[in-house]
Design a protein around this ligand. Sequence first.
Ligand SMILES: [Zn+2]
Length: 476
Amino acid sequence: MSEDLGITIKKDEDFSEWYNQVVLKAELADYSPVKGCMVIRPYGYEIWENIQAFLDKKIKETGHKNAYFPLFIPESFFKREAEHVKGFSPEVAWVTHGGDTPLEEKLAIRPTSETIMYEMYSKWVRSWRDLPILINQWCNVVRWETKMTKLFMRTREFLWQEGHTAHATKEEADEEARKILDIYREVYEYLLAIPVIPGQKTESEKFAGALYSLTLEALMPDGKATQCATTHNLGQHFSKAFNITFIDRDEQRKYVWQTSWGLSSRSVATMVMVHADDKGLVVPPRVAPVHVVIVPIIFQESREEILNFVKKVKDMLEGFSVIADDREEYTAGWKFNHWELKGVPLRIEVGPRDVKGNKVILVRRDTGEKKSVPVENVHEQVRESLEKIQEDLFQKAKTFLTENTVEAEDYDELKRLVDNKKMVKVVWCGSDECEAAIKEETGTTSCCIPFNGKKQGRCIYCGRDAGFVVYFAKHY
Ligand SMILES: [Zn+2]
C-alpha cells in the first residue's frame, strides 16, 4: 500500500493526528463543508447502526418505546427551567427567520429535548395510571461548539438517543437512572470492549437542570478522560417548570419525578481511540460490520480452483459477516493492508497449498497471530477466535485503565500525575471552591465520584476533613 493510503503517524507519537488519519483513511467519517460538522461515511455509519441496534433492543426490553419530537424548540419553552437555560444558552443555534420573514418567536435547534418533550408530557399525564412515561428518541442534536472539531468526538451536530421518563416517586426515578447506566455500561464493556468507571458527577459538572447526574468515564490512551454516557435524575425541576402533575392514589396532586439519559455517536470515537493501532482501525467483533475477510492468493494456473475453494469457505461461514475479496485488480498484499486499515477482526488467506491441504490460514487483526486451520473446522475456529479477540481487547484496555488510574496523596502528586497522563483519584471535601481551584490550576475536570467512593481523609486541596473520593483528569 502506498504511503498516503496507510497510516503514516504512530499512535504514541502524535495521538491527535494519528486519530484523524485513522478516522479518515478507514473511511469512517469526513470533514464537512459546514464548519464544525461531520459526514459519517457508510462504514462508520454501519458501526453506529450496530451500537444503535444493541442499545435499542435493551431500551425496548426494559419497557421503553421510541417516539419522535420536533427539531425546533420555542425560546419560551427553552427558558422555562432556569438552570437548564443557563447551562445550554452558550451553545444553542437559533432559527430567527422563515424565508425572509423574521419569526415572532425564535426557535432553538434542539441541543437536547427536555423542554419540547415535557411540554407534551404535561398534557399527557393526569393520573397515577398514566405513569410511568418511558420514551426514547433517536435523533440528531446541535451544540454550537467553538473548540476545534474532532470527528465523532466533538462536532456541532451529532447523533444520539435521548430517553425521557416520568415517574410517580423519586425512588422510581433513582432506579431508572441506575438501570440505564447499567445498560450503557454493557454497550461500552460488552459490545465495544471498553472498560468504564461508573460514578456520579460533582455538583458543578452535573447536567444543567438535574438533581444529580450519573456517568461512565473512560480513559483514552493519550491520558484524557471521556464522558461515555450519562443518566440524570431530574428531580422535580422540570415538572415544576412545565407543570407536569398527576393525581396520585391518595387523591393528592403531585409533581412527577423525571429522568433523562443519552448515549451518542461519540462512542465511535472512544472505540477508535482505545483499540486502533499503527496499522489502522481495530473493530471489536461484536460491533464489527465485517467479521471476516477472505483473501485468495491467486495464481493463473490454480485460479479457478482457488476461487471455488474460497466460495466453499465463505458458504461454511454462515452466520458471520464475511467478505470474499476476489478482486483481481488488487494484489493480495494490498488487500491485507486495506482490510487491516478497516479493522476487520479476522482474515482468512487461501493459497494453492492451502487448497491442496484442505486448510486455510486464519490471521487475527489485533495481534497478527496466524494459524493454519483444517477447513472442516473453520466455522468453529472463527467463532472461537472472534470471542477471544473480543475478550483480549477488553482485557488489554482494562489493564491500561488499571495501570493509569492512580491515587494521589498530596496536591503536588496530583499535578505531576495528571501531567503524566493519569486519571487521578483524590480525597476531596466536596466544596465547589476546592474543585474549581483544582480544575483551574491543573487544567483538569472532575470525572466522577465513583460509586462506593466514600473515604475519610483530608481534602487534597484545603486539607479539611473530607469524605469524598473523586477522579480528576484532562478531558475531551
Ligand atoms: Zn477542600
